[in-house]
Ligand binder design. Structure first.
Ligand code: BGC
Length: 780
């Protein structure tokens, strides 16, 4: 159970959360939600002393490797540097023996620091105070810093401390590295070099330990060990009662994919650079390195400064938690990399990116730091290579984006086999990589969203138009002619609701494909006059003249499901004819997927049960294509049938509830979204945090409670804060200007330091201002 009040440090109120009792049976929760990182690498917060059930993970973004032909590529779990084995008077220190008081493990979001402290009484009755600290530097992307401090309180102890680099790691058994080379320089610098087996990425890790006793530097002679895939230093010493031993461990992590290291592709250069970097870090020392890291985070928090005054202090903490993890998982340093569905916090989803990025996370960056949004879209631009390959392999034209993506040129990397089918006992086939195709238009939508909100013409000229044209070409080749209905249809797909497989005309997919085709046409026609030179360049590689005629013909005749007499749009051709069952027992589940303890996926396919927001997602994305009453009728129809078995679901329902002015429901659903990772369920985050949901939390607040929307290229604001909130303020970028929006119970204020005139639509009324604007809050 996590405690959200800064128990011992009021300064960290709404900035930290704490585990107050160690539970060896539920280690995954804190390992994930307290994980550290800097977009370059992510370090799961496993305890220094190892326990059965713990998972030690260190991932470096973009270093994908494929174990063998029968598995898909994944982010390899690099060597562990965090384990420290402590023998006290010859006995292994473990929280499962002896007794513990004053236990506290805290993630301080403000400084991105993990701390753990307690007093442990050994079986012999000796009390020892322990303190641990850890950070993954935001200042130096390659640096990890750790501190371990021990003070025997009653009597002296004999201590043996063993720590090093342990490459006896795997991804659930799949070993991604060759044995590699190990070397200890000057009896203190450990260096381990490993290369991934298939992608041939070199990893270079260097580590160093330093000691102080009562603040005085201590030279402790190590026993050096090099074993198979492991190197270690063991230090033995006696400590008197009251004496404090401090160990500092500094680690440098580099790979041959590092774009910031000149000559990173040459192993000799990389290893020399890495060792040198460690020596420089040694000179600075933990405290100075930590201070640089803290300052880097201080500027992050200044940039993304949020204020929420709520009756429940948890609300602001939850938002900060979301922003913290978005920072930790996003590779702002390198456009060849994306954001994993579990960030860099666990093995779940193998480090792959999904539509989670474009639809759930990207809006946060579009409106808070547009240049990062651009980097993420450039990753998809590079991904055109893989997308074109996927289209070709499937007999289509243009760019068919993979449902799951790793290295941009890889193409489709979705695994084929998943969880057990409770009826047959076999593994269920995962069809998403073959037929969950809406991802292609989701990406086109994201390009449009970014362009409309940022006005970044350069991005469009260099990347965006090409992406939109070639995705439209995919759709044009994908549509099927339905002779009987005299229309184009999209058969045999999975929509966002993954509990419905092999369906025809999933409304979300059809409408979004239509959007994609129309957008391509609009931009094609626009470019004819605005930038004919660019158009002719694209023309020659994309055959636009011919393609645009097809876009037009197909968009005109594409079937777009319409509401029935009750105002309900069918999620797909057969959804509304399927059996309805009482979902009450599953709706109140504390763990997702309980339905599958009673039914197989094939059975669920025949029932009106949705895993997550599907058509409701469409209403949010293409907001002004659907009337408010229609949305409400569909919300009332689909919400009881939606299990929210995907973490992507609550935020969409919350935003729609805000749109319907149902503030209470919107807030309840926001809280459900925040509880996905931070809630009491002990195993919710075992495989890693839920990236999309974190973007969704931000969207609930900004798009939902503040009512921010981009509609027809205009910025709309329609605030309706929860009744328990007194104040909300946040930064927002709009067409290159940074705005600060502050909402109180009575008033809304928008400020900007820039000179440009800002045009926007407030509560449906167009207005413009420079400098500052105030208006009254309309109460619902
Ligand atoms: C959801 C998808 C999502 C994926 C990764 C699945 O459970 O149904 O919509 O993209 O998880 O988060």
């Amino acid at each position: 159970m996590l405690n959200y009040h800064a128990i011992n440090n009021p300064e960290l109120t709404q900035w930290s959360f704490t585990e107050t009792k160690f539970n060896p049976l539920a280690q995954g929760k804190c390992e994930s939600v307290m994980s550290l990182g800097n977009g370059y690498m992510g370090l799961r917060s496993a305890t220094e002393e190892a326990y059965i059930g713990g998972t030690r993970n260190l991932f470096v973004n973009g270093t994908f490797n494929r174990f063998d032909d029968l598995e898909v590529t994944e982010l390899p779990n690099a060597a562990d540097v965090t384990q420290v084995e402590l023998l006290i008077d010859g006995q292994r220190f473990s929280l499962e023996t002896g007794s513990v008081t004053d236990y506290e493990r805290t993630l301080n979001l403000r400084d991105a620091e993990l701390t753990r402290s307690f007093v442990w009484r050994s079986d012999q009755g000796k009390r020892i105070r322990f303190e641990f600290k850890r950070f993954v530097s935001m200042h130096d992307l390659h640096l990890i810093g750790m501190k371990v401090q021990l003070t025997p309180l009653d009597e002296g102890i004999t201590l043996r401390l063993a720590s090093g680099i342990n490459a006896q790691m795997s991804n659930s058994g799949s070993q991604h590295f060759h044995e590699g080379e190990k070397r200890i320089f000057d009896k203190k610098y450990l260096q381990l070099i490993q290369t991934t087996t298939e992608s041939k990425v070199d990893f270079v890790m260097n580590a160093l330990h330093s000691f102080w006793i009562d603040g005085v530097s201590a030279e402790i002679k190590p026993q050096m060990e090099i074993e198979r895939r492991k190197m270690e230093m063991a230090y033995s010493l006696d400590l008197q009662a009251g004496q404090t031993l401090k160990m500092q461990k500094l680690i440098q992590v580099h790979t041959s994919r590092d774009a910031d290291v000149e000559g990173a592709g040459e192993l000799e250069k990389l290893r020399a650079h890495s060792l040198q970097a460690l020596k420089k870090a040694e000179e600075a020392g933990y405290d100075q390195l930590f201070e640089q890291h803290r300052q880097a985070w201080a500027s992050i928090w200044e940039k993304y400064h949020f204020e929420i005054e709520s009756e429940d202090s948890f609300d602001l903490l939850a938002l900060r938690f979301a922003i913290y993890h978005l920072m930790v998982m996003t590779p702002v340093h390198d456009r060849r990399m994306g954001i994993g569905a579990k960030g860099l916090s666990g093995e779940g989803y193998k480090g792959h990116s999904f539509w989670d990025t474009e639809i759930f996370i990207l809006p946060f960056f579009i409106y808070s730091e547009p240049k990062v949004a651009r980097t993420l879209l450039e990753y998809r631009y590079l991904g055109l290579e893989g997308a074109r390959r996927k289209a070709r392999e499937n007999g289509f034209k243009g760019a068919m984006y993979p449902w799951e993506v790793a290295w941009p040129s890889d193409g489709e990397v979705t695994p084929v086999w998943g969880a057990v089918d409770i009826v047959t006992g076999k593994q269920t086939k995962i069809w998403s990589g073959f037929i969950e195709q809406h991802i292609t238009s989701d990406i086109a939508y994201a390009v449009w969203h970014y362009y409309q909100s940022s006005g970044d013409q350069q991005f469009m000229d260099e990347c965006g138009y090409e992406m939109i044209f070639d995705t439209a070409t995919f759709w044009a080749s994908r549509l099927e002619w339905d002779e009987e209905g005299s229309r184009y249809v999209i058969n045999e797909v999975i929509g966002p609701d993954e509990y419905k497989e092999h369906v025809d005309n999933n409304a979300f997919t059809n409408y979004m494909a239509h959007f994609n085709l129309q957008l391509a046409l609009e931009y094609y026609n626009e470019l004819k006059t605005r930038n004919p030179e660019l158009l002719s360049r694209l023309e020659s590689s994309l055959n636009l003249d011919q393609a645009s005629r097809e876009w037009q013909e197909k968009a005109d005749a594409l079937y777009l499901p319409k509401p029935d007499e009750r105002g309900i749009i069918a999620q797909d051709d057969t959804y509304l004819q399927k059996q309805i069952i009482d979902l009450a027992p599953y709706k109140s589940q504390t763990k997702v997927g309980t339905l599958f303890q009673d039914y197989s996926l094939d059975q669920v396919n025949e029932m009106q049960i949705s895993k997550q927001a599907d058509i409701l997602m469409l209403f949010y994305l293409l907001e002004n294509r659907f009337a408010p009453e229609l949305k409400r009728a569909n919300y009332d129809y689909y919400e009881p049938k939606t299990l929210h078995d995907s973490s992507l679901s609550f935020s969409t329902h919350s935003i729609l509830a805000s749109d319907f002015d149902d503030k209470k429901l919107a807030y309840q659903l926001f809280r459900r979204a925040t509880e996905i990772d931070l809630g009491p369920h002990e195993h919710s985050s075992d495989a890693g945090i839920h990236s999309a949901s974190l973007g969704g939390i931000w969207q609930c607040v900004v798009m939902g409670f503040a009512g921010v929307r981009m509609l027809n290229g205009e910025l709309h604001l329609h605030p309706k804060m929860p009744d328990t909130w007194k104040r909300l303020s946040f930064p927002l970028y709009w067409k290159g200007s940074k705005l600060k929006i502050s909402i109180t119970e009575d008033q809304v204020e928008i400020k900007t330091d820039q000179d440009a005139e800002i045009e926007l639509v407030i509560y449906g009324k167009k207005t413009a201002f420079t400098g500052q604007l105030q208006f009254e809050m309309i109460h619902i």
